[in-house]
Design a protein around this ligand. Structure first.
Ligand SMILES: [Zn+2]
Length: 138
């Protein structure tokens, strides 16, 4: 749907923001709950270090907040138009937020890193790629 090289491609296909080739999270399926947040320290294709600085992904909380507020507003509008009472709408929003938590968490991290990192098809972190080949890392 979206071309390789765009941030949208990286976000919705779980790809490294730098090369758009390696997987960002180890498992592509967000419904495998035991591995939902498992990610390597570096991209397996280009060697890009995902955690740019210590505790980098704490900032993804703000993206996650925005996503959940947006999701809640959309859910509210849909349920309100269906004619439900406010208490039923509130319960529906809570259930929806809990069910979509794995997707929200992953999207938040992918969106957050894509804010800072752009696509660069020529990027190669050779030190990391060599050490991965020798199984020194990961
Ligand atoms: Zn990469």
């Amino acid at each position: 749907m979206f071309k390789k090289g765009s941030k949208i491609y990286s976000i919705f296909n779980n790809k490294c923001p730098k090369c758009n080739e390696g997987n960002f999270f180890e498992d592509n399926n967000p419904l495998h709950l035991k591995k939902v947040m498992k990610m390597g320290s570096h991209c397996t294709n280009c060697g890009f270090k995902y955690e740019i600085e210590p505790s980098f992904f704490y900032g993804a909380m703000y993206v996650s907040y925005g996503l959940t507020v947006g999701f809640s507003i959309i859910t509210f509008i849909i349920l309100y138009l269906l004619g439900l009472e406010l208490l039923s709408i509130f319960i529906g929003i809570i259930i929806g937020l809990v069910l979509f938590t794995p997707i929200t968490l992953r999207l938040a991290r992918l969106i957050y890193i894509n804010i800072f990192i752009g696509y660069d098809p020529n990027y190669k972190n050779l030190d990391i790629i060599k050490s991965v080949d020798k199984n020194e890392l990961l």
